[in-house]
Design a protein around this ligand. Structure first.
Ligand code: GDP
Ligand code: MG
Length: 852
């Protein structure tokens, strides 16, 4: 009944698109009959992705709270693009991107995985059309793995943010949205799980506006038939898209057919289109003109171009919204169309920014000003052949350490002699590879804008910048020596586990594994406790450390019986109450037999929120501290006899080491603002080595901390967590009482979900107010009779649920889920989101002192 494209629809200039949609519908059928290999198809036969032109590349990430459906959506994308022949399922542990045994057992994503596919599939391309190569990264959604998301986001050019249609905007969704914002990543929103009972597209969109602070541009509205979610209405092209649940085959339903069979839905579609055009014409002159000329008949092409222009800056003032249910194969192909249509290719992104000394400049500014040969300011700039960024290091077992890179300028090949401007070494890759979930395929070159992996780099770490130059120099040209792309911040650890090896051999093996593990995941730190000789492994929470322990045992083959493994405990830290005096320290002992001398002056003060507003670009932020180094230029010279960047790094390293153990509990020091002054005339001499400079900073910081402790100016901090408990109303009083009296927590808000109010306005991402009452969203199906149905349910004994929100010490909440179970009979959900480190006072401080 719905399959033909009627000629009068084509009159509106949309025939070509409909034709394409129809071809896509058949594409899936072609793919499923194909006889090429099993599972993920061979790279060589399927793609020559590295040959794709830059305009045809989309580097995108899928981001959201845990369980929103990221991996399921990725799996469906792979299938519908023809990249895989079978649909894997998270619940059966057989998806392409969750390939680690731990991920399959637990049904959650732990590490980000990269896959590549073509869209539209080559088999359905129209004459002259080219497929786009989509490099997609499926990210983990649990807050403990947020570093994994934070390190991948900056190298992406666009992201699809998924919302659970039942749960709406969840805490981690807000967090990753904010991270995407920091890297100016253009985004699409996809409201998933609309097949589930209790799903509400309306609430999801309203929450997106209110909590993500973006104006939703509804490109689709859901198509419900009675209680069943059957497809989506494409508001821009004015067609219905219906999907077969098993194969996902898509049927295009023209507007006229909709008008006959479902006039209310057709009217809603027109209303949605009008709202969309209205909003766009406020912002975009092109559409405004066409709107005035043609009234509502603005062409779909014009609308799409306007949307693209509005989101490309990554500010997310506006966000296109799509609907679907990935599990039941609804809405995935149009979402892929949207990725191709709206998200930018690498050449459309803002220019790469580089940190040079204390400044951040664009690549072209840098090329114009800095890199002239020394002593020859009129010479042409020294060329740089390529600039790329290591964003992840993975221990792949048989192939050894893989450094995942993204190229920003120029290309990399196997013979590339690469300068690592963070580690100050040249390295050469053994192989360059394309990554496809757990598989790697050798490639010859990695061109601009691409993502790949390299073996053979012994030193490269997450966040390092790699540069190549013409010829084969022994040293990088001076102007480039320390030029960097911003590295992701490693958040402070909040929990740790102690490991006590029985023998030295076992200890050595564990240390080696810990070194490799923390190289893979810098949000895992380890050190040897000097007093107890225990190895301390710290990370982002209970799950993070459980997974780390699992990886040590399974991947790094540590035998559990060779050591005593402690319980997972929270990591305390120390802080200052007041600024210290300036401490000058001169380090003049021999280091590894080399005599030398260096000095510096250090002043510490408590870090306040306002410091972040005035943070100098040359400051570094590490583990919750900010360190600033100043090297005043002597009056009679404009050139120093040492490389300031190298010295700055050595001083940073010394300060970081000094802050790693506080004077009270040997716990790391946090919330500290460190000012280091290095006077080239007094503190430096010809025999100052890197080690002497680092030690001068280390001992100066230690001396300042020691004196602060003697003056009772050092406090203990403990990690807090923000919690949301969704529980039956009858259990809520007992829970609130338990949290505030027995757990040292604070309840901030108790809310009935149905009382959420979208009648006010919020500050939008771009600074403009978003009047929530003006956000268009269609009513959910049978909204009018919903309340009657709800009443019916209540009468038959359904439970009223509440949200309790607040903050509490992580120590009390890490295992709170089990405790809640006894209070709610298991009818609750608990979400924890990282909070601040807070001062331990009163009875909690006394209890801590007794623990030792
Ligand atoms: P992720 O944590 O965001 O990667 O989420 P997953 O893809 O692992 O999905 C989490 C759970 O939600 C799994 O049990 C999926 O089967 C289920 N799920 C995902 N998408 C849908 C959907 O569209 N509808 C329904 N009903 N369940 C879904
Ligand atoms: Mg996942």
């Amino acid at each position: 009944m719905f399959t033909t494209v009627s000629s009068h629809v084509c009159r509106h200039g949309q025939g070509k698109l409909l034709l394409r949609l129809l071809v896509l519908k058949n594409a899936r059928l072609c793919n499923s009959n194909s006889s090429i290999g099993k599972g993920i198809r061979s790279y060589a036969t399927e793609h020559a992705h590295h040959e794709a032109r830059i305009e045809n590349i989309r580097n995108i990430g899928i981001i959201a709270h845990v369980d929103a459906g990221k991996t399921t959506t990725t799996e469906r994308m792979l299938y519908h693009s023809g990249r895989t022949r079978h649909i894997g399922n998270v619940d059966h542990g057989n998806t392409t991107t969750d390939f680690l045994p731990m991920e399959r057992e637990r049904g959650i994503t732990i590490q980000s995985a990269a896959v590549t596919f073509q869209w539209p599939p080559k088999s359905v391309l129209l004459n002259g059309q080219e497929s786009k190569t989509i490099n997609l990264i499926d990210t983990p959604g649990h807050q403990d793995f947020r570093y994994e998301v934070d390190r991948c986001l900056p190298i992406l050019d666009g992201a699809v943010c998924i919302m659970d249609g039942v749960k709406g905007v969840e805490t981690h969704t807000e967090r990753v949205w904010q991270s995407a914002h920091l890297s100016n990543i253009p985004r699409l929103l996809y409201v998933n799980k609309l097949d589930r009972d209790g799903a509400s597209f309306k609430r999801a969109v309203q929450e997106a506006a209110a909590r993500l602070k973006t104006w939703p541009l509804l490109c689709q509205i859901p198509w419900w038939q009675k209680d069943e979610f059957v497809g989506v209405i494409d508001v821009i092209h004015e067609v219905g898209l219906r999907f077969s649940k098993n194969s996902g085959a898509m049927t295009v339903v023209p507007k006229e057919t909709l008008a006959t069979h479902n006039p209310a839905l057709k009217d809603e579609m027109e209303k949605a289109r009008l709202h969309l055009i209205d909003k766009l014409s406020d912002q975009d002159e092109g559409i405004m003109e066409e709107y005035l000329e043609r009234d509502i008949n603005v062409s779909s092409g014009t609308i799409k171009k306007a949307i693209r222009r509005l989101i490309i800056d990554g500010e997310a003032k506006f966000t296109p919204v799509f609907a679907g249910s990935s599990l039941t194969n609804i809405g995935v192909q149009p979402l892929l169309e949207a990725v191709v249509d709206y998200l930018p290719n690498p050449s459309e992104r803002p220019e790469l920014r580089l940190i040079t000394g204390s400044k951040t400049v664009t690549f072209s500014e840098f090329m114009e000003t800095a890199p002239k040969k020394k002593g020859a300011p009129h010479q042409k700039p020294e060329p740089v052949l390529s600039v790329s960024h290591v964003f992840k290091v993975v221990d792949s077992g048989a192939r050894g350490l893989m450094s995942w890179v993204r190229t920003y300028h120029g290309s990399l090949s196997r013979s590339s002699h690469m300068w690592n401007s963070n580690m100050h070494v040249f390295e050469k890759p053994q192989n360059i590879m394309h990554v496809s979930a757990k598989d790697y395929h050798d490639i010859q070159t990695l061109p601009t804008g691409h993502i790949g992996a390299m073996t053979g780099l012994k030193q490269a770490r997450t966040g390092d910048t790699l540069l190549t130059f013409p010829g084969h120099q022994a040293q990088a040209p001076e102007a480039y020596r320390s030029v960097r792309i911003k590295a992701p911040e490693t958040p402070p650890a909040v929990a740790f586990i102690s490991i006590e090896p029985y023998t030295k051999t076992a200890g050595d093996k564990i240390v080696d594994a810990l070194q490799r593990l923390s190289r893979e995941d810098p949000s895992i730190r380890w050190h040897k406790d000097e007093r107890s000789e225990q190895l301390i492994l710290s990370g982002m929470g209970l799950l993070h450390l459980e997974i780390a322990q699992d990886r040590l045992l399974t991947h790094y083959k540590i035998e559990k019986e060779t050591a005593i493994w402690g319980d997972i405990e929270v990591e305390y830290s120390e802080c200052l109450f007041a600024p210290t005096r300036p401490h000058h320290h001169e380090y003049d002992r021999a280091l590894r037999g080399v005599a030398g001398r260096a000095a510096c002056t250090v002043l510490l003060e408590p870090l306040k929120a306002c410091h972040h507003d005035t943070l100098l670009e040359s400051s570094i932020e590490r583990d919750g501290n900010v360190i600033h180094v100043s090297i005043p230029l002597p009056q009679n010279t404009d050139e120093l006899p040492f490389d300031t960047e190298t010295v700055r790094q050595q001083l940073f390293n010394g300060a970081i080491a000094g802050l790693s153990r506080g004077p009270r509990r040997s716990a790391p020091v946090r919330k500290c603002h460190v000012h280091i002054t290095f006077d080239p005339e007094k503190d430096w001499s010809k025999n100052s080595t890197g080690g002497h400079i680092t030690n001068a900073a280390l001992f100066a910081v230690r001396a300042a901390l020691k004196e602060a402790h003697e003056n009772a100016q050092v406090g203990i901090l403990e990690p807090f967590t923000n919690f949301t408990i969704h529980c039956p109303e009858e259990a809520s009083h007992a829970i609130q009482h338990d949290i505030s009296s027995a757990r040292g927590g604070q309840v901030m808000e108790v809310r009935k979900p149905e009382e959420d109010d979208y009648s006010g306005s919020v500050d939008g991402q771009g600074g403009e107010r978003i009047d929530l009452t003006r956000v268009y969203v269609p009513p959910d199906p049978y909204e009018g009779v919903q309340s009657l149905r709800d009443e019916g349910k209540k009468m038959s004994g359904s439970v009223r649920m509440l949200h309790i929100m607040g903050k509490a010490p992580l120590k009390e909440m890490m295992k709170y889920d089990g405790h809640l179970r006894s209070m709610t009979g298991g009818r609750h959900t608990l979400t924890l989101d990282p909070g601040e480190f807070e001062l331990v006072t009163g009875p909690r401080e006394k209890a801590l002192a007794l623990e030792g």
